[in-house]
Design a protein. Structure first.
Length: 594
């Protein structure tokens, strides 16, 4: 093997690792958070947990990613430690799919159909299709599919390049002698664990081992302990994700390590005891890609079948290693409110975005509650209600800080186009919701001022304010519903509603001026009424913003912001009809509005 063969091998390894990264990333994006939600809503049935863990890992091609997600779920309180154990076991089984795909590269036959099954034969076609999707198709999901196809093609090209570059090593004495050292099970375990811990992917390290098999220098006596070590090395990613997490999350990563260490110890003892008595003849034979995949799968399935009945014991062992205390309980209560926005989920952007969205909806519900309480205070001031509005507003402020901070961190990740639009929508929306809650506080301030000065609106002013107040309550309720349902048509109906509220405000000001001239209202109450209607009008403006933010999910940024300017507001237009309908629904008592 000369210098150029070494360069080829390194290049092949780089392509292999990048292809695996691209494939996994594309699959995660295409799933759009759905697979993660399946895990989140998992039942307590451990067999289902194993199957789901295996299924999700087989799809996203990374047991490390699945395990890190599980650690995040446990840390956030979404999933119990007992539920996580089954997922972790299933993840180990699911990751073996990759090794079977890679083993197809070793097919040797002149038969056309068998050659066609070989990945190196069809991966160029997949690469062409993938590149077309990425370069010429605007649909986000098809672009993600293109990334998957290109990633798979690069992965297989890298694998083939590595295998070809390593074949000359079979003639190098020092290289063939190197692998006789690995027949020592302990040394093989350490090597497999170290390599996997460094590249943080058991699938990738198994793939590298399969490529080395092309030299014909690695027998099963050397390969078996390395494979077992690779399963221990993959725990490094989950262990690192547990650093700084809650004790329960660290226990989940410990369970992952215990499962692989205990499983390896049992498999190693049973396998080598049987080998001592039976003498497995295949141990001295040269390993091939399919054989590596078989050993990898056999170990993980065996370990899962043996240890699944003892999942409770693994949980108890983790509790012994990381003991609970009072501080843990206190921190759990403090972190419970925003725990679902765990930073570990940032590595799975679609799911992290769904978590932020769920918190935004909760924030919107709190904002609506604050407004309703504040509006009630205008007609019957209640100190307890006023205090509750202040408490909700403080909580809404915290929601704003937490969600905005999380979304800013998420924005640096590689997001699909739809997810990027949704993130922008949420960032703008939390700001508008926070401002609505601020206006609710202002309304409470108006009510407090009237109560303190013992001032009251006239009967007509109160009737008008009741109607106006109900209109604003309803537009807030409609906007919150738009946020929950992502209904584009409902979002388009908010702007005419806001226009009607503007007209209502102007009419109320006209009527107030008439009462003021007739001496039926005092200037002090006039200022308070002006403050109330101004706050209500600004709340409606923020509702309009929320609707326009939602429309960004369906149209590009420019179209969404130009929407208001493009509306046909002339008499008889669709916009005017919706506006007039709102005015009829919220007609002020007395003279009709024109």
């Amino acid at each position: 093997m000369d210098f150029f063969d070494l360069l080829t091998m390194i290049g092949g390894l780089a392509l292999f690792l990048y292809g695996m990264h691209l494939l996994s990333e594309g699959l995660e994006k295409l799933s759009g958070g759905r697979l993660e939600r399946v895990l989140e809503n998992l039942t307590n049935n451990r067999i289902k947990a194993v199957l789901l863990g295996a299924g999700v890992t087989a799809v996203i091609q990374s047991s490390s990613a699945t395990t890190v997600m599980v650690v995040g779920f446990v840390n956030s309180g979404i999933m119990k430690l007992s539920q996580a154990i089954g997922i972790i076991m299933g993840a180990n089984v699911g990751t073996t799919i990759t090794s079977w795909l890679l083993s197809l590269t070793g097919i040797e036959s002149d038969n056309f159909l068998l050659q066609l099954v070989k990945p190196t034969s069809f991966s160029p076609i997949l690469a062409v299709i993938g590149v077309v999707f990425i370069l010429f198709v605007k649909n986000g999901r098809k672009r993600d599919l293109g990334s998957i196809l290109v990633g798979f093609a690069i992965l297989m090209t890298g694998m083939d390049t590595m295998s070809s570059a390593m074949k000359p090593l079979s003639q190098v004495p020092w290289f063939t002698g190197l692998f006789t050292m690995f027949t020592n099970p302990v040394l093989g375990l350490l090597v497999g664990a170290l390599i996997t811990a460094v590249i943080q992917s058991s699938s990738a390290s198994v793939g590298i081992l399969q490529a080395l098999c092309a030299t014909g220098s690695i027998n099963y006596a050397a390969a078996v302990p390395i494979i077992l070590g690779q399963n221990i090395g993959t725990c490094a990613t989950a262990m690192m994700s547990g650093v700084g997490a809650s004790k329960n999350a660290r226990r989940a990563s410990i369970v992952h390590l215990l499962f692989n260490v205990i499983g390896t110890a049992i498999f190693l003892i049973v396998f080598y005891v049987l080998h001592a008595f039976v003498d497995f003849a295949f141990m001295e034979e040269a390993a091939d890609s399919a054989g590596i995949a078989l050993v990898h799968t056999g170990f993980n399935i065996s370990a899962t079948l043996i240890l699944l009945p003892f999942a409770n014991i693994l949980e108890k062992l983790s509790l012994i290693l990381i003991k609970p205390d009072e501080e843990e309980e206190r921190q759990a209560q403090e972190n419970e409110l925003f725990a679902k926005m765990d930073e570990r989920f940032l590595s799975t952007p679609s799911f992290a975005l769904e978590q932020a969205y769920s918190y935004t909806i909760k924030m919107a519900e709190l904002t609506e509650e604050a407004l309703n309480l504040a509006a009630d205070n205008l007609f019957a001031y209640d100190k307890q209600n006023a205090k509750e509005v202040e408490q909700i507003e403080n909580l809404v402020d915290r929601y704003d800080d937490e969600i905005s901070s999380y979304l800013v961190k998420l924005s640096s990740r590689n997001l699909s186009e739809p997810n990027s639009r949704k993130l922008t929508m949420l960032l703008h929306s939390v700001g508008d919701l926070e401002r609505i809650s601020d206006h609710a506080i202002n309304l409470v301030g108006c009510a407090k001022e009237m109560d303190k000065k013992e001032q009251h609106f006239s009967e007509k002013a109160m009737e008008e304010l009741q109607v106006f107040s109900q209109a604003v309550r309803d537009i807030v309720s409609a906007s919150v519903k738009v946020l929950k349902t992502e209904d584009e048509e409902a979002a388009k109906a908010i702007e005419p509603f806001e226009e009607a509220i503007d007209i209502l405000q102007k009419e109320m000001k006209k009527r107030h001026m008439k009462r003021l001239k007739k001496g039926k209202c005092t200037p002090q109450l006039g200022f308070i009424l002006s403050d109330i209607t101004n706050n209500y009008e600004r709340i409606a403006d923020h509702c309009s913003n929320l609707a326009i933010n939602m429309m960004q999910l369906y149209e590009d940024d420019t179209h969404a912001h130009e929407y208001v300017e493009q509306l046909e507001k002339e008499a008889g237009s669709a916009f005017d009809k919706m506006c007039q309908e709102c005015l009829r629904r919220y007609e002020l008592p007395g003279k009709a509005i024109k």
